[in-house]
Design a protein around this ligand. Sequence first.
Ligand code: GDP
Ligand code: MG
Length: 164
Amino acid sequence: KKNIVAIVGRPNVGKSTLFNRLARKRKAIVNDMPGVTRDRIYHKIKLPDGKVANLVDTGGLEPTTDDYILSQMKTQTLKGIEEADVIVMMVDGFAGLTAMDEEVADVLRKSGKPVIVAVNKVDLKGAKDNIVDFYSLGFEHYTAISSEHGTGIDELLELVSQYL
Ligand code: GDP
Ligand code: MG
């Protein structure tokens, strides 16, 4: 078992920010422009409980205009999902639930992999109030984080660890 943890989500939710925080170096490109990560980037990390995890920062989705469709989900992202032992689906708590999140969730549900929903950006005002809206995605775990400030990361890693 390769202990692969794929970080998946629509553009701009903070996937690369989380990846970089966990990798403790700036490997992934963080950018305000959606869809900037071009390829899968891997980094091996040690979890607080000592287990080793291979993190994958999936690029997310092709940059598109308004007409986002599933067929535009990058092959790299799908590969990342396929090889994962557990998936961290990241969403933006400040923005709230979007149609794109629901489409990402559909793909993840079909993969049959364990999914942990990480509601990011809870440092922003009002973001915490939106968390319950994500429950409709129907996954087993939800946890609030701030990739930028580092809050909630240990709880997230604890959830991740039980699948490795
Ligand atoms: P990605 O497209 O999902 O990889 O998202 P990025 O990691 O590139 O982040 C997109 C934007 O969200 C950047 O401007 C980040 O600085 C910002 N961001 C990421 N995480 C947080 C967070 O926890 N809180 C806040 N306030 N901003 C964040
Ligand atoms: Mg990125």
